[in-house]
Design a protein around this ligand. Sequence first.
Ligand SMILES: [Zn+2]
Length: 405
Amino acid sequence: MSFVVLAVKSVWQYYVPSKDILGLLEMFRKMVNESLRVGLANEVSPLRRLSILSYNQLAKYDSPSYYKLCAISRAAGILAARNKSVKRGFPTKTPYAVRQQLVSCYGFKIEKGALDIPISRGRRLGIPLTKHTQEAISQEGITVRSFTLTINRLSLYIARDTPKIECSSIVGVDRNLRNLTVGNDEQTRHYDLSQIVRIANTTVRIVSSFRRDDARIRTGIASRYGQRRTSRTDHLLHSATKTIVAVAVRKTTAIVLENIEGIRSLYRKGNGQSRKYRGRMNGWSFAEAQRQIEYKAQWLGLPVIRLSRRETMGSSITCPRCGERLQSDKRLERKLRCGRCRIVMDRDQVAAINLARRGRVRFARSRPPTLLEAQGGAVEAVKGNPTPTVIPGVDAPKLTHPRRS
Ligand SMILES: [Zn+2]
């Protein structure tokens, strides 16, 4: 049995907007705000009702009707997000679109190496695509679903049907201070990210060494260093996650990630950790690493399992063999010892192995049992919680939240 899943991602490039496009961006922003006003005044957020109420209001704009629908849809999205925040009790401001951003899933064509879009009624305009973008969209089976224009960036949201990879095993991915550890019972591999931490530390040192007593200049310089740091760490992280996914695809292993909601709150002032340790732990973004692994895996049809907070509890201090709590050994750095099994294990490996094991239980539950299991092979996997489990990454994310590539 083989499944086909819809995989999506986005490709982007810089471009220079013409006067027409700048006008269009501004008009789109105004239309979004107009729809937001209508929605707020009538306390309406569902797309259908918002469309009925605000479409006529947008008649005064000389815009192709495609963009009107997309502006309403964007407003509906903003209102829905706001309603969610209000329900959860978060403070919210009155929504208002400030940034110029045009999103549309209608009316465009890719022609002669350009994105051809309607500008106003009856007029069209082509924006040249770079070689990189053209290559990305010309691969087999790819369709362009929508485009987004900002003042200097053009991104295309692309999709394709990918056969789901049937996985024979599972690896866990664990975050450490300096690396990502990927592995299971058979094998673990470290992906060294200490360079990212080093770059982060250097930046902090450089920025804090500025003595000029002008907050504005300091902020400016800090943000410039911040940008440089971001582009350098981005590259390192991208190549690590790319390799992790490529290896997993080659070995047909599904990937298990821990739930990292609230991971920042683990390393906060007042938690009894030193300032330096906190800085190091927050120095590179595990959330970004996870996001990259997830979308890259999804693009290739590789299943990704995200464990819940409860499922990952104690995964870094439990013996993967017997479940006993592990003890740290002062004589051996970065090692843990199990008193019952009388073995010493690498601290980084323990978590990855445990994640892989816990993921396997979940993974087995989410598919029909194989013949071997039905005959009593893996009882553990069939028993337990009967609720259906969705493997994250298999479901296509909503089109309204394009992911950056
Ligand atoms: Zn043990």
